[in-house]
Design a protein around this ligand. Structure first.
Ligand SMILES: [Cu+2]
Length: 71
């Protein structure tokens, strides 16, 4: 069973930012799909099992952006 969670991320301004966030989150164990949208600041993360918000937060931080929260 897969899980989908949507987060707000601060600081994405273009397609490059979207790709950076997507790559960082895709690298997390269990993540099967990531959709990052700079315009809305929303990032949709699909995973095989629910992920801890802190895992998402550190991946987003490592990519150079700031996690605002889960929608
Ligand atoms: Cu950018």
């Amino acid at each position: 069973m897969s899980t989908t969670a949507v987060f707000t991320v601060e600081g994405m301004s273009c397609g490059h930012c979207e790709r950076t966030v997507t790559a960082g989150l895709t690298a997390l164990n269990g993540v099967t799909n990531v959709i990052a949208d700079a315009k809305s600041g929303q990032v949709t993360v699909e995973s095989a099992a629910p992920l801890q918000d802190e895992q998402i937060r550190s991946a987003v931080t490592d990519a150079g952006f700031a996690l605002v929260g889960r929608i």
